[in-house]
Design a protein around this ligand. Structure first.
Ligand code: NZQ
Ligand code: ZN
Length: 393
């Protein structure tokens, strides 16, 4: 086990009617002028937004709103939000939605606290972030885990780059999670969420760090729980218990817990971001499309780790290491397929890409081969290209 710092300061308010505690939570964090951030309208259609606004009114908390956040959220909308927050003199940013809305809210909070700094300079770490505004979340989808993570991802649409920033300032103050709020989700978003939750732990699990028993056990338990309850939730999207498990797993999978004390990987995430930046594909789909190729490409680095995964998560009994490792990969891909997720680039709605496009993505991902991605196997531009080529069918 390696040295670690565990800092996951978000207050979690979980369960039926939890959103009725939003105004009280905002008050606890001294919010008196709130900018509410939301997406394309699902929270207005469900009545959630209006309920929260009435609650804030009743508590004498002033609010204004900015909607229209798209999946793969754009930098420009966050910049617009910063202007609005400054005009309104907002002292609190409230996200009502999923990862895209939460990440936009985080961006607005950072930009508003640093009005003289370009938001993209903060994102590319050219300008160090030393302060931000408090952010709270009412979560509507179990997926990205942004409600407890130290990360936020925005797409700079002018240069076609999707990038994340990790900082303690990305930890939100509170996350309100009522699993019933997920009942209106389109099935495709539930499946994308299942993949993303699994991948936040998988991208930590594949590590060469040894002697990390507790973290490995937590990771395996989380993966088994998501696999089981993912199936249940897809049989009945209004299964409260299954959705509760998914929602809690979404937060635990990306708050640092499942990778504590280990070197993490995140190769599939970095490669997936290139697909989302270029073709606007859903985040979860970008991950399932490349995972098999990534896994097969990096498995020879330490097949024993893949075999352990196969045994602990999928119950594989095969004693031969390489065969067990292969079975673990197969079972994961079969699961993605069984829930209707794409398992190759060709199965994404954008279809098979040209060789030039693959080379371009590999070049962008590695900033012209000046950086490597990931850790289980350090990926140079040529490696990323190979993985994309293997997935391009
Ligand atoms: O925009 P609306 O109308 O609200 O519809 C959304 C959107 O179309 C819909 N939706 C959400 N909750 C709903 C609902 N529809 C009906 N009923 C509900 N209860 O779902 C669609 C997807 O929403 P989005 O917020 O994009 O989903 P998700 O939570 O999967 O977030 C994905 C984004 O998060 C980033 C991804 O890259 C992607 O941009 N990530 C953020 C991370 C972080 N900050 O820690 C980590 C992740 O790895 C990920 O990169
Ligand atoms: Zn993710």
């Amino acid at each position: 086990m390696q040295n670690f710092v565990y800092y996951a300061p978000t207050e979690v308010i979980f369960g039926k009617d939890a959103e009725a505690q939003t105004a009280a939570a905002v008050s606890r964090w001294n919010g008196s002028r709130v900018l509410i951030v939301y997406g394309g309208g699902s929270v207005r259609r469900s009545g959630l937004l209006q309920r929260i606004q009435s609650e804030l009114d009743a508590a004498d908390i002033a609010w204004t709103e900015i909607g229209g956040v798209q999946p793969n959220p754009r930098l420009s909308l966050a910049e617009e939000g910063v202007k609005q927050a400054l005009d309104f003199k907002a002292d609190f940013i409230l996200a009502v939605g999923g990862g895209s809305v939460i990440d936009t809210a985080k961006g607005i909070a950072h930009g508003t606290a640093n009005p003289d700094t370009k938001l993209w300079d903060i994102w590319t770490e050219q300008a160090p972030l030393t302060k931000s505004l408090p952010v709270g979340v009412v979560l509507t989808i179990p997926a990205a885990g942004s409600e407890m993570s130290d990360s936020a991802v925005l797409t700079n649409e002018e240069i076609g780059r999707k990038a994340g920033i990790n900082t303690p300032f990305n930890r939100v103050k509170f996350a309100i999670m009522n699993p019933e709020l997920t009942y209106t989700l389109p099935r495709y978003q539930v499946t994308c969420g299942i993949v993303d939750i699994m991948m936040h732990t998988l991208d930590r699990y594949f590590t060469h760090t040894k002697g990390n028993e507790m973290t490995d056990e937590i990771a395996a338990a989380l993966l088994r729980t998501v696999i089981r309850n993912g199936r249940k939730a897809l049989e009945n999207q209004q299964d409260y218990d299954a959705m509760s498990e998914l929602m809690w797993c979404s937060s635990l999978s990306h708050n640092g817990l499942t990778g504590l004390g280990a070197v993490t990987d995140f190769g599939p995430h970095k490669i997936g971001h290139e697909l989302s930046a270029k073709y606007d594909v859903a985040h979860g789909a970008s991950l399932s499309a490349v995972w098999e190729s990534w896994a097969k490409y990096v498995c020879p680095e330490e097949p024993e780790r893949f075999a352990k995964y196969a045994r602990d998560v999928w119950g594989v009994e095969e004693t031969d290491t390489e065969a067990a490792a292969r079975l673990g990969i197969e079972k994961t891909v079969d699961y993605f397929r069984s829930i209707g997720m794409p398992v190759s680039i060709g199965e994404l709605e954008t279809g098979v890409r040209t060789d030039d496009e693959l080379r371009d993505m590999a070049r962008r991902a590695t900033l012209n081969d000046t950086i490597t991605l990931a850790n289980f196997k350090k990926l140079h531009q040529a490696d990323v290209y190979e993985i994309l080529k293997m997935a391009n069918h």
